[in-house]
Write a protein that binds this ligand. Structure first.
Ligand SMILES: Nc1ncnc2c1ncn2[C@@H]1O[C@H](COP(=O)(O)OP(=O)(O)O)[C@@H](O)[C@H]1O
Ligand SMILES: [Mg+2]
Length: 195
């Protein structure tokens, strides 16, 4: 409780009131997330540097439909829209991989390029599938700081749930340029790391 009171000092009255009515949603390595009454969430960070870096990413992607809208931030918190739907890997395990999802994943990586991300990668757990099969990213990391030229974590995650071959099949059909690089790199990576 003491820690929370410290965080309140960082907030204006409105944010503090909203948090008091908030419900725990989840946590990760960097913070803890509460659902606020108006379908927004508040992510409270352990490190202000991580908070600022993440806020910077969200500010830069404000034109993108793939990310929740961000409203407000302090040194230790960010308020943004709640993202419903289901985690990508859980969705695929339940429903199976399908062509629409693969196409939307390719579009998502294209969107990362459009946004000038250096890291063209994202983990399955940070993508949520919406009812119309569109995708939303809840937790982008190192987007502008770490150079990653192909979606390794994404494909590694798809491989784990048996969806990689179907994904690469669609990549080959839709974006042969991506296919050459992605296929070559992920095979090499899996060969080295799994056997
Ligand atoms: N915008 C959001 N909408 C719904 N749930 C969210 C949202 N952001 C985070 N969460 C939930 O909170 C958890 C932790 O948030 P996350 O941003 O991944 O924190 P960390 O940076 O510590 O990994 C997520 O795994 C998810 O369950
Ligand atoms: Mg996370």
């Amino acid at each position: 409780m003491k820690k929370l009171i410290d965080y309140y000092i960082d907030m204006d009255e409105k944010a503090e009131e909203a948090l008091k009515k908030g419900q725990y949603l989840g946590k990760g390595h960097n913070g803890i997330v509460y659902l606020l009454p108006d379908n927004k969430i508040m992510k409270i960070f352990i490190e202000p540097k991580v908070c600022l870096d993440e806020y910077y990413i969200f500010k830069n992607v404000s034109t993108s439909k793939y990310f929740p809208k961000t409203y407000k931030h302090g040194d230790y918190y960010i308020i943004r829209d709640y993202v419903g739907g289901e985690r990508l890997d859980y969705y695929i395990i339940r429903e199976g991989m399908d062509r629409n999802i693969s196409i939307n994943l390719i579009k998502l990586i294209k969107e990362f390029k459009r946004l000038n991300f250096k890291r063209l990668d994202i983990r399955c757990k940070d993508i949520y599938v919406q009812e119309d099969k569109s995708l939303m990213v809840i937790d982008p990391k190192n987007s502008y700081s770490k150079e990653v030229i192909y979606p390794r974590h994404l494909m590694k995650g798809l491989n784990k749930i048996g969806a990689l071959e179907e994904f690469l099949y669609v990549v080959k059909e839709e974006e042969s340029e991506y296919y050459n690089l992605w296929n070559h790199r992920i095979r090499r990576y899996l060969d080295k790391n799994i056997k």
